[in-house]
Write a protein that binds this ligand. Structure first.
Ligand code: AMP
Length: 171
């Protein structure tokens, strides 16, 4: 077993002074570490019975895309404003650094479909909570949340309601 934390690089003061950025690119770069991360994340999805995986721009796409393929489930995406070509729903939210808006195509989720929200990292929880609102707007069900990294000290999971929250690596 590979120690996955060895592949998460701390970058101090990025993108702003005082933020320690958790850089996942060393994990992506190492084929065995990446495969192990996706395998372990896949195991965390087993009880959730999802129809769709929702990847959050942009690093969430990497994890959600790989997992959707492994699980044989559809992939939907939440993107920054102006990126999606078709009619979209929109929500705004606060980030650990700044604020943001996310959009999702209006037909991404069919009513009743179960969605796992996937991102590289859970910080304050604002981004994932915003995606939960997008899923709710389309009358989908949030089956759970899945992250590679969780900054537990920020208590982001408190923003995420009752659905299960899974993360591989906690700091
Ligand atoms: P939050 O909405 O505060 O949970 O922030 C989560 C989003 O911001 C994710 O898409 C992360 O990729 C990014 N993010 C926030 N803080 C960090 C951090 N310290 N290192 C890397 N990414 C971060």
């Amino acid at each position: 077993m590979i120690e996955l934390k060895d592949f998460i690089r701390d970058v101090p003061d990025f993108p702003k002074p005082g933020i320690v950025f958790k850089d996942i690119t060393p994990l992506l770069q190492d084929a065995r570490a990446w495969a192990q991360a996706i395998e372990q994340m896949q195991q965390r999805t087993q009880a959730l019975q999802a129809d769709l995986l929702l990847g959050i721009e942009s690093r969430g796409f990497l994890f959600a895309g790989a997992l959707a393929k492994q699980l044989g489930r559809g992939l939907i995406i939440a993107r920054k404003p102006g990126k999606l070509p078709y009619r979209s729903d929109e929500v705004s939210y606060d980030l650990e650094y700044g604020s943001n808006t996310l959009q999702m195509h209006v037909d991404a989720v069919k009513p009743g479909q179960r969605v796992i929200i996937v991102d590289d990292l859970l910080a304050t929880g604002g981004t994932a909570a915003a995606c939960s609102r997008l899923v709710g707007k389309q009358r989908g069900v949030v089956a759970g949340y899945l992250f590679c990294v969780e900054l537990s000290f920020l208590q982001g999971r408190r923003q995420l309601g009752d659905a299960p929250v899974e993360s591989l690596l906690q700091y």
